[in-house]
Design a protein around this ligand. Structure first.
Ligand SMILES: Cc1cc2nc3c(=O)[nH]c(=O)nc-3n(C[C@H](O)[C@H](O)[C@H](O)COP(=O)(O)OP(=O)(O)OC[C@H]3O[C@@H](n4cnc5c(N)ncnc54)[C@H](O)[C@@H]3O)c2cc1C
Length: 413
């Protein structure tokens, strides 16, 4: 856009998570004046939290399989991911001076493993591009004249005019990091359809007995597999006070949520020996006397530690832990009764948010021209593995580009 056609007001990006920062970068690169506003005193708090155990930026699997990870949102997310695919994200990191590597699972990480180094370099670059970051500015809707209303860090109300606005307000998990979903009420007032927030990539509540809770809370279950409605997921779990937590559960969240809505609590199956068949497990157990204790048989025959015996006593019927074949069947397919998903407070992400049919293909709200949305505030979900951040970055690029196209169209009128 030439200088004479550049709008007088800045483009305002609300939300300084990965989606908002990416949209701001696209706009600033095109020469736009960009103001970022965030309610928190510092930007990217959830992004920094994501980096605590190693920042999994994206995944290296083939693109069609990658896009399939967005489940029912795949047809909508696919074209956006294709416009900013995993390799583009890796190249973008390189441009910040941050190399990436592919782990043995195919997941992609920055060399440093950390989000803080990447975020620092990114903020420095945005600052150099003239992007202004306003910390502690909470968005609270619109003034009657259409300007954006904020509460500034002193508590004063401020009206800000914007040539176009990008909302990148995040989902509703880990609300203490800033994305608390309270923006949903502001959009609902303007008849924007929203799907209710639901925890995603989260633990489950199982309703353990008191004895089991006292004995087992905190114990790990290693190298296990879970299956639910035909989806199988391998990994680890931790037995918690309330239920189970861990990576192996996350890919199953949509199925678990569906089952709970249908009143089913019996769909989740735990395989404690995923690398052996029932017959192999039964043969190994059959070599030992059934008079030996359950813990000893599991340890000697299968190298399974005490948490497994404790879990079998809790979940398997007493008859199942006697004969080798019945025990093998229980070990290979232990039904786990799930009462509920754990809450949004500790879920890695949330499902729900702005319904995708509310947006045009520039990610502009059809009902509110000039207002674009991106990131986790949109109603898509994906498992852990880098798909969440890739989705946020790709929609951030699309919203930034969408705003540029719309502004160009407006100035040509
Ligand atoms: C523990 C944990 C680990 C994770 N690990 C990974 C991982 O390894 N890989 C991966 O892909 N994903 C991971 N994620 C998910 C990932 O961090 C999020 O999907 C991503 O940060 C969402 O980006 P976003 O920009 O849409 O929103 P957010 O990062 O949530 O940013 C939204 C911003 O909007 C601001 N905001 C909200 N409301 C207002 C308002 N009214 N006014 C002004 N500002 C407002 C918030 O303060 C916040 O800064 C993890 C998440 C958690 C919690």
């Amino acid at each position: 856009m030439s200088d004479s056609k550049r709008p007088d007001s800045p483009v305002v990006v609300i939300g300084a998570g990965p989606a908002g920062l990416m949209a701001a970068e696209v706009l600033a690169r095109a020469g736009m004046a960009v103001q970022i506003m965030d309610a928190m005193p510092s930007p990217g708090r959830k992004f920094l939290m994501a980096g605590r155990g190693g920042l999994n930026l994206t995944h290296s699997e083939p693109l069609d399989r990658f896009i399939g990870r967005y489940g029912v949102a795949s047809p909508w997310m696919g074209p956006l991911i294709q416009r900013f695919p995993p390799q583009a994200l890796r190249d973008w990191c390189e441009g910040l001076g941050i190399s990436t590597f592919t782990g043995s699972s195919g997941r992609v990480f920055p060399d440093s493993f950390k989000a803080s180094i990447l975020l620092r370099a990114w903020l420095r670059r945005l600052d150099g591009m003239g992007v202004v970051l306003n910390r502690g500015w909470r968005w609270g809707g619109w003034h009657a004249d259409g300007s954006l209303l904020f509460t500034d860090p002193t508590g004063a109300r401020q009206a800000v005019s914007a040539a176009a606005t990008i909302l990148a307000l995040g989902g509703a998990s880990w609300p203490r990091l800033g994305s608390d979903g309270s923006w949903a009420a502001l959009l609902a007032r303007h008849d924007i359809s929203l799907a209710g927030f639901q925890p995603s990539n989260c633990g489950v509540v199982c309703g353990w007995s008191e004895t089991f809770r006292q004995k087992a809370a905190g114990l790990p279950l290693k190298r296990i597999a879970l299956s639910m409605d035909g989806v199988r997921s391998r990994g680890e779990l931790v037995i918690t006070d309330q239920g189970l937590e861990g990576g192996a559960l996350y890919a199953l969240t949509p199925g678990l949520r569906r089952a709970l809505a249908e009143g089913r609590d019996d769909g989740l199956m735990l395989d404690l020996q995923p690398d052996r068949s029932v017959e192999q497990v039964a043969a190994l157990l059959g070599r030992l006397s059934t008079s030996d204790s359950l813990s000893n048989r599991l340890r000697k025959a299968l190298s399974l530690g005490p948490p497994v015996a404790t879990l079998l006593r809790e979940l398997a019927p007493p008859a199942a832990v006697v004969s080798a074949s019945a025990l093998a069947t229980a070990i290979k397919g232990l039904p786990v009764p799930v009462r509920a998903l754990q809450g949004l407070e500790r879920a890695i992400s949330s499902a729900g948010g702005v319904c995708l049919d509310q947006l045009d293909d520039r990610l502009m709200l059809r009902r509110l021209p000039g207002l674009f949305c991106c990131g986790e505030m949109l109603d898509w979900e994906a498992p852990t593995g880098g798909y969440l951040l890739q989705g946020c970055f790709a929609t951030g690029v699309a919203a930034g580009q969408g705003a540029l196209d719309w502004l160009a169209e407006q100035s040509a009128r």
